[in-house]
Every structure is written in C-alpha cells, then in structure tokens.
Design a protein around this ligand. Sequence first.
Ligand SMILES: [Zn+2]
Length: 255
Amino acid sequence: MQLIDTHTHLYLPEFDSDRDEMINRAVSSGVIKLLLPNIDLKSVGAMLSAAGRFKNICFPMIGLHPTSVMSNFKAQINELEKISSEHKFIAIGEIGIDLYWDKTFLKEQMDAFRQQVEFAIKTELPVAVHSRDAFPEVFSVLDEFAGEKLTGVMHAFSGSIQNAEKAIGLGFLLGIGGPITYKNSKLGKIVEEVGISNIILETDSPYLTPVPFRGKRNESSYICIINRKIAEIFGITEDESARVTFENSCRLFKI
Ligand SMILES: [Zn+2]
C-alpha cells in the first residue's frame, strides 16, 4: 500500500528531536511521499533542508501563509518568488485567507492571496489553499481567475457541501485529514457526496491529530488512520482507497 501525506509541516521545531525517525516511521507505514507547505520567509530554510535530506520523499512548496500576512507582505512575497526560481517547488502554498485568528489584515490577506494565485498561474503550479472562516473571501478572489488554468487543493477542508461543490467546480480537490475522525464531524457525509475522485489525504502535522491520538502531536504515519476512515466511508478496501487517493495526488502535484 502506498500513501501520500499532501500537507505536513515536518520542518517545524515540534519535530526537531526525532524528525528522521518520524519520517522513517511514515515511509515504513507506506506513506512514501510527504509534501511540505511553506509558512513564510523564516520557515523556508528549515523546509528546504528537510527536503534536501529526504530527496524523492519530501517535496517542498513555496508561498506565504495567510496568518503571516502583515503590512510588509509585498516584500515577503517578492523574496519568496525570488527563492522559487532557485529551487524546485511542486506547488504554491500554503496561501489563502484566515479570519479565525485575526481580521486586521483582511485586505492585505486578499491582496497577498490574489498575487500568489497569479504567480501560480504564471508558473503553472497548483495551489494549496488555507481557508478558515473565509470561504466567501477565498471564492471571491478565485472567481477573478475563472477560465484560467488553475488547479489546487482546499487544504484541511472544513466547509459546507456547497463550498465543496464550488471548489471542485473551480478545479480543486479537497484535502482531508484528522477532523474526519472526530465525533460529530460532518466531513464524512461531504466526502461521500463528492466522491473519492475529488479528495486527497493530509495530516497538517503537527496539527489536527486524528482519533485516537487527538491532543498529541500529529505525524505523517497517521495518514493510514485517515485512509482507513475513507475506505470505511466508501465501503472499499484500504488498498483501493490508498490507490485512488495516491493517484489523485500524483495527478494534481505532477509527482
Ligand atoms: Zn498547513
């Protein structure tokens, strides 16, 4: 069985004491490819060094995370775009809008998102979109690019079935992780409705840990737990759900 974790921040300090063991644990559980979304200028170095140590396992993305967008965002994005020409990146991410933590920089967040979507179209890369309490704002930016060749993932999808259908209509897949294992989660129904061809699996580790490890640090080997849940929802074998979501991920990220 081969699986991909399409969203892990394994370069963060939470993994400093056992990063190599954690990655080896993932690979020996069948999670053979790990995609690394960037956060901001400060995280690029650690991300690239992890990706460099685990070639053909770790694949980095480049982008400015919405919660790192402040008044200086233009300078940060320019710097990140410069770095993007010096290394190989598989996607622009993670980018988007987050109004859960703070609405102060809404206008800046929308401008930063727009600028990075433009860059993704120009460089023909998919986008990894972070949308928290912000689907109307995220869609209003994405609608400006209707008709352009844009693909991507709605990472840690947490919206309604209408949001899901809108995203899929725009050429996006849904990134599904730990929250699908939570009691009272509505994600299972949404996933069932949109079908397995429209989803990919992710941990968002060290965050969003699935049951039964909820509350502890998340890690990529737990993709197996998410895959088991997906297989259960569709009434198929774990091998089959692994195969389909693996292919969906490879198609989107061209790996
Ligand atoms: Zn993330």
